[in-house]
Design a protein around this ligand. Structure first.
Ligand SMILES: Cc1cc2nc3c(=O)[nH]c(=O)nc-3n(C[C@H](O)[C@H](O)[C@H](O)COP(=O)(O)O)c2cc1C
Length: 218
């Protein structure tokens, strides 16, 4: 695919079909993403692909936590105890992910898709070592973007979501991730359910006006 087409198509998918992704294709994408740059070529990332029965069990256990009212506790949030600046907070309030759902009075679509892990049949969980500088988080972000762009180029739909790592101890259990690693992010990979209301283009969020994020000083 033309690079610009891949780039333009990289929008998130909140409901996948039941079709699984070929295991060799998943490995091919992640192998290629290893070319991503990283600080001093440290390559701090690891990728754990969960599919089939273990993924089903994880979804079931996570759903039970949510239904029981358990507090989400992602490793990153806990580590950095984020105190968001007003700038991204305002962006989230104005053009954030859930805003279009909110304005169409369809927040349940957003919530249900998250609570069921978007019906993803293949999820890649991404980790870095617990003893990591902030640079490794940056590196993991680049690695994630590489995976997503390569996946879109292969005709797949993508769904990066922190909600899938809200209960990291469960992810660790089913993906066999050692305690020495932070469960940073998760990306669902698969095929878009084009009939699902949650995927309707009217829910694609806008970006901030360019002038708000760009300054040329000369
Ligand atoms: C680090 C990260 C975490 C995200 N977590 C979630 C999430 O938990 N749930 C969700 O529905 N979307 C999540 N998203 C998707 C964003 O909401 C989405 O990329 C953004 O709203 C822009 O939409 P677009 O990518 O379709 O243009 C996440 C994206 C990133 C990069």
């Amino acid at each position: 695919m033309e690079f610009n087409d891949v780039y333009d198509q990289e929008r998130v998918t909140r409901k996948f079909t039941n079709r699984k992704v070929n295991e060799k294709l998943l490995a091919k994408i992640i192998k290629k993403a290893q070319q991503s740059p990283s600080l001093l070529n440290s390559q701090p990332w690891k990728a754990y692909v969960l599919t089939g029965e273990p993924l089903k069990c994880l979804k079931k256990d996570v759903k039970k936590q949510i239904d029981d009212g358990a507090e989400p506790h992602e490793d990153f949030a806990r580590m950095q105890s984020l105190q968001w600046d007003a700038y991204p907070s305002q962006s989230m309030a104005v053009v954030g992910a859930s805003q279009p759902y909110f304005f169409h009075n369809k927040m349940d679509l957003f919530k249900n898709s998250n609570d069921t892990m978007f019906n993803a049949q293949d999820v890649v969980f991404l980790t870095i070592p617990k003893a990591s500088p902030a640079w490794s988080v940056f590196d993991l972000g680049i690695f994630s973007q590489s995976i997503m762009l390569l996946a879109v180029d292969e005709g797949l739909a993508v769904m990066p979501a922190h909600s899938m790592v809200s209960f990291p101890e469960l992810v660790r259990k089913y993906a066999e991730i050692p305690n020495s690693e932070i469960v940073g992010m998760a990306i669902g990979l698969g095929y878009k359910d084009k009939t699902a209301e949650v995927n309707d283009p009217k829910f694609i969020p806008d970006r901030l006006p360019f002038e708000k994020i760009y300054k040329l000083v000369k």
